[in-house]
Design a protein around this ligand. Structure first.
Ligand code: ADP
Ligand code: MG
Length: 691
């Protein structure tokens, strides 16, 4: 096939140099048709000058050397440690060093043919290259100028970067024709963006670093902009095509609701309630995400919204992910609503027969004002008379928005609560169509939690420390990643450690065991005993994340803490932040892994969930923090929401302005954006049905 015959949708199999076998390999890389090649971005770009001989090196020049690796060493005791290699050609030998590069051991080996390039410098009267780029040359291969300049593509065992480069470059000029411009010239100029065609050209065939930088900026912007436009459209749709019952809030209603709480609301609670009251007064359904650590006082906010619905002669539902949590909510609500005329009910799976029928009937007739239950139960056969507010407590998950229409005709106002702090960066992408409220400061009177990172050898000392606290009638949690021992025994398990703690370490105290394989009744019983103080130490798996509120528990030991995500550790730790006295969280881990250690260090330094989440995101990437597909996070090909935060902010602003000005992207100037959105998201953004 001639380059000119290549169309954007030509299957890659028919391109020059491909064929069925390579087409299969390319398909695994996500490349099916010719236009996919445009977005198969290089992972780096080389711009190495022509090689020179060692004898001709001058200081402070960017040079390329080609030679043989004569010796290597990892200088582990230097600060910082470095990997060094002497590279020899027929005129002499030059030292190259890479700081902290332990990973180069075994990668750069004596006798290999190597090409390095970077800037020369004089160190102790000798010329050397610090942190040069390098290519190891296979024995029988001659290096061509091509290897030293241009793009390097992510390759596979069966298809090298060079081969991919040939395939892409062959059709590139022709493919560029299909990359239609999204924006007007003035906009590009104002935003400091190059043209789209040029960007693709420069990302695949740049002449220098500057072209790469400009191309990246444009392509990243596009990726972020298209995603944000999709979010803006989704939001527009909710706000203009769904109707909600507006809920009025008068001073009288406000003061009546506040009287229900035996304390003054915190400044953060007040602020969030104000935001919610404004939302609820509109006939547009509220779509708000409320974030706040466990114990930050979200339930009060939820109840406020529910009571506002009731004051407006409407119903409210509060949903939790599990029955235990639903029950916890119900108990909390009962405390606030004692002696009130508000009719509330807890729906449990165990309730059947006539009792259940009666409950359902009361909800349907509108007699019941507040219904509490799990998400599943509330979606079964329950019908509301006039449901206006839905609160979903997702506890530790987030993003799985069940915006099921629980009511015909109008959409209820929806408040989603989560105790997982979502970093700003993620919130703007994964939840770009929601409004976000945050409770940062917990209610007053909370003691400090002191967190320490310890290893196994510190355990005896830790046990003595804990013994003193237990004697002073405090309680402790011991948390393990597993229920039973793993095969190789490297991870501590709740059941065997329960034996150990109750028989050998703390025989004088009462130890309880709680894990997911126990029946619901057994769990309830153990938790009740712990709450009542009859159990001193509770040994458990991560189960206690959910719904245990025991202010007297001021110690938590988390074993194999490196197995948990930071958000999860923070969550767990929140369990001992409820007392007015000082609490202690001991993270026990035996790990050589530097990232794992850094993560645990963060825990000892910070109690701020957002800071922790942001750091975790930086260390582990978004994929770990939330599974991309489940939460509708697009996987980016070139943008990185952490590094490109500024560009993300810009793209978001532009996208929302665009949708505000032309909600259906009907204007001729927006045709290409519209086509791209439909290509990426099909009709899930609601463009197709409007058109
Ligand atoms: P969350 O739902 O965010 O986990 P809760 O709403 O259950 O937190 O509140 C945690 C605890 O703090 C509860 O015992 C509650 O009574 C108490 N609390 C909530 N708001 C306040 C406040 N403004 N002043 C004092 N205590 C409060
Ligand atoms: Mg709660």
């Amino acid at each position: 096939m001639q380059p000119n015959d290549v169309k954007p949708d030509t299957p890659v199999q028919f391109l020059k140099g491909v064929g069925p076998a390579r087409a299969a390999i390319l398909e695994k890389l996500g490349i099916k048709i010719a236009s996919d090649l445009l977005e198969y971005y290089p992972r780096q770009w080389y711009f190495a000058p022509e090689p020179v001989k060692v004898a001709r090196l001058l200081p402070n020049h960017t040079v390329t050397l080609a030679g043989i690796v004569e010796s290597t060493d990892f200088q582990v005791f230097r600060r910082p440690p470095y990997f060094e290699a002497y590279i020899t050609d027929d005129t002499g030998s030059c030292r190259a060093i890479w700081f902290n590069a332990r990973y180069l051991q075994g990668k750069i080996n004596v006798g290999q043919k190597i090409i390095v390039w970077g800037k020369t410098a004089v160190y102790k009267h000798q010329l050397q290259l610090a942190n040069p780029k390098f290519i190891i040359v296979e024995d029988d291969k001659e290096i061509s100028a091509d290897d030293l300049s241009g793009p390097v593509y992510p390759a596979t065992a069966d298809l090298s970067s060079g081969q991919i480069k040939k395939i892409i470059h062959y059709s590139l000029d022709n493919l560029l024709q299909s990359a239609e411009e999204f924006f007007a010239k003035e906009f590009l100029k104002k935003s400091n963006l190059i043209e789209r065609k040029t960007a693709y050209q420069w990302i695949h065939k740049p002449e220098d670093e500057e072209q790469v930088a400009k191309a990246k900026r444009r392509l990243k912007y596009d990726e972020l902009f298209i995603m944000q436009t999709a979010l803006a459209l989704r939001r527009y749709k909710v706000r203009h095509f769904e109707k909600a019952v507006p809920l009025k809030c008068t001073d009288l209603i406000d003061s009546r609701i506040r009287k229900r709480f035996p304390f003054l609301l915190t400044a953060d609670q007040d602020k969030v309630i104000e935001e919610i009251v404004v939302d609820l007064a509109k006939d547009i359904p509220m779509n708000r995400l409320l974030q706040g650590d466990v114990g930050s006082g979200k339930t009060v906010v939820a109840l406020y919204a529910a009571l506002l619905a009731i004051a407006n002669k409407q119903q409210a539902a509060i949903m939790a992910p599990t029955e235990i949590l639903a029950e916890q909510h119900f108990i909390n609500i009962e405390r606030y609503l004692r002696n009130s005329s508000v009719k509330r009910v807890l729906i449990k799976g165990g309730i059947t027969g006539q009792e259940r029928k009666d409950i359902i009937e009361d909800i349907k007739s509108g007699d019941t004002n507040i219904v509490v239950g799990t998400v599943a139960l509330l979606q079964e056969d329950i019908q509301f008379k006039n449901l206006a507010v839905v609160v979903i407590d997702e506890q530790h998950k987030f993003g799985v928005l069940q915006r099921a229409s629980l009511r015909k005709g109008t959409t209820p106002h929806c408040l989603v609560m989560t105790a997982t702090p979502i970093p700003r960066t993620l919130a703007m992408t994964a939840f770009g169509d929601l409004d976000v409220s945050i409770i940062k400061t917990p209610p007053p009177g909370r003691g400090q939690v002191i967190t320490r990172y310890i290893t196994h050898k510190d355990l005896p000392k830790a046990y003595e420390f804990i013994r003193e606290r237990l004697k002073a009638k405090k309680q402790a949690f011991f948390v393990y990643p597993r229920i039973v021992d793993s095969e190789n025994g490297d991870v501590k398990a709740a059941i065997s450690e329960y034996e150990n703690l109750s028989k050998r370490i703390f025989p004088e105290f009462k130890i309880g065991l709680l894990h997911g394989q126990m029946t619901s009744d057994e769990k309830q019983k153990i938790m009740a005993e712990f709450r009542a103080g009859r159990i001193n130490c509770l040994v458990s798996t991560v189960l206690i994340e959910v719904g245990i509120d025991v202010p007297n528990a001021t110690i938590m030991v988390i074993e194999n803490a490196d197995r948990f995500g930071l958000a999860q550790l923070h969550q767990l730790r929140g369990r001992i932040a409820r007392s007015s006295s000082r609490s202690y969280c001991l993270l026990v881990a035996q790990t050589e892994n530097e990232i794992a250690r850094n993560r645990l260090e963060i825990m000892t330094r910070s109690n701020d969930g957002f800071e922790i989440a942001e750091n975790d995101l930086k260390l582990r990437g978004p994929g770990e923090l939330l599974s991309a597909r489940q939460h509708g996070m697009p996987d980016f090909k070139i943008a990185n929401i952490i590094e490109d935060f500024e560009l993300l902010t810009l793209a978001r602003r532009d996208a929302f302005e665009l949708v505000e000005a032309d909600p259906f992207l009907k204007l001729a100037g927006h045709k290409n954006i519209r086509t791209e959105l439909l290509r990426r998201f099909s009709d899930s953004v609601g463009l197709a049905d409007i058109a």
